[in-house]
Design a protein around this ligand. Structure first.
Ligand code: PEP
Length: 250
């Protein structure tokens, strides 16, 4: 049985004060989350605060990005070892905002996946099609290309060390959620693509849905057989909404 993972991607939001309030709220309700694993991904500068506030709780934390490099003259970058230094378990790689706004292509994302994994972090690999790509009927081609970039570089077994987040770009931050059937169709496609190469990895790997998942629609999405949790943006910034999603995952 795959344990669902609900992860909050806070993006570039929050302050030391608001994060304390948010984490106090999540911690107060975490005992009611029976099955799901829960994680939050704050902006880098708040990792020390988050580590201090979440150590000893069942809630994990992670980075939103990492450098392809180990160390050195890379101004503004954050290395995998630095994330580990602050107790991170996860790191998001290839979020669509990194791909579109910061030019990260499949090759860069594959390198980041490998760097994270080899350092001992669990990469959350984001993949997903744009609206234009969906309307052209090439969703599966796009998903296969994004996934195969990692498989070709790292090998299919590497997917077992991470998590996949299917995030249709048209659903991120837009309030437009994929229907459970639309999401399940792509999740099933992803699992089959992996199963063609390694059935055991396909069975084991968690595939989260991301894209305007919220307290109202989470239960239905999470009831689908190949949806193993959620990567949550906006709704992860409100403790009660985030907890409702976590409880919906079990
Ligand atoms: C995300 O950024 O990964 C995301 C899913 O955002 P939202 O939930 O706000 O659509």
């Amino acid at each position: 049985m795959r344990k669902p993972l609900i992860a909050g991607n806070w993006k570039m939001n929050g302050s030391r004060a608001s994060i304390k309030e948010l984490l106090d709220g999540i911690k107060a309700g975490i005992d009611e989350v029976k099955t799901a694993e829960v994680a939050v991904c704050p902006p880098f500068v708040y990792l020390a605060d988050v580590q201090q506030q979440l150590s000893g709780t069942p809630i994990a934390w992670g980075g939103q990005n990492l450098s392809t490099e180990e160390k050195g003259a890379f101004t503004g970058e954050i290395a995998a070892s630095m994330l580990l230094d602050f107790g991170c378990k996860y790191v998001i790689v290839g979020h669509s905002e990194r791909r579109t706004l910061y030019g990260e292509d499949d090759a860069v994302v594959a390198v980041k996946y490998g760097v994270a994994r080899q350092a001992g972090l669990k990469p959350i690999l984001c993949i997903g099609e744009t609206l234009e790509e969906r309307e052209k009927g090439i969703t599966e081609d796009v998903i296969a290309r994004q996934l195969n970039a990692v498989i070709e570089k790292e090998g299919v077994a590497a997917l077992g060390d991470g998590v996949i987040a299917y995030e249709p770009v048209w659903a991120i931050g837009t309030g437009k959620t994929a229907t459970p059937e639309q999401a399940q169709a792509v999740h099933g496609f992803i699992r089959n693509l992996i199963a063609d190469k390694d059935a055991a990895v396909a069975e084991q790997v968690r595939i989260q849905y991301g894209g305007s998942m919220n307290a109202a629609n989470a239960a239905e999405l999470l009831s689908m057989p190949d949806i193993d949790g959620g990567l949550i943006g906006g709704a992860s910034l409100k403790a009660e909404d985030f907890l409702t999603i976590c409880r919906a995952a079990g």
